[in-house]
Design a protein around this ligand. Structure first.
Ligand code: THU
Length: 134
């Protein structure tokens, strides 16, 4: 896995965030098992509810292009006009979307503004996820 390339793609995607209401910009880069990268940024709405997180934008772009096998996602986010920020862990809704398409060993790479990365598995961030199994 080329972590550096994935992280660079997440930073580039963050530049395209549409986040005038929160002032918080997020970029995500999703790596398929076949080596393709799909990016996403958060996209907000004046009526708030339609807002979509960067991670889900990346997933929905990829799935709508026929992708189903994913290896990792890099996420970078912080206040739009601040150059220094910490890691941006995915929200619960995005974690549930990840669980829909990914196994427990799917990697979530969280990156701060200094390029420090910390890597978690989906199982670490969403243990005991709902699976609709009886
Ligand atoms: N946001 C993301 O895009 N990803 C996350 O993991 C957390 C939050 C977005 C949603 C909203 O546009 C802004 O960040 C502030 O919550």
């Amino acid at each position: 896995m080329n972590t550096k390339k994935l992280i660079e793609a997440a930073f580039a995607a963050r530049e395209r965030a549409y986040s005038p209401y929160s002032g918080f910009s997020v970029g995500a880069a999703l790596l398929t098992k076949s080596g393709r990268i799909y990016t996403g940024c958060n996209i907000e709405s004046v009526s708030f509810t339609p807002t979509c997180c960067a991670e889900r934008v990346a997933f929905f772009k990829a799935v709508s292009e026929g992708e189903r096998d994913f290896e990792a996602i890099a996420v970078v986010g912080g206040k739009t006009n601040d150059s220094a920020f910490g890691i941006c862990p995915p929200c619960g809704v995005c974690r549930q979307v990840m669980a829909e398409f990914c196994g427990e060993d799917f990697k979530i790479i969280l990156v701060d503004s200094m390029d420090n990365e910390s890597i978690y598995t989906l199982n670490e961030l969403l243990p005991m996820s709902f699976k609709n199994e009886i």
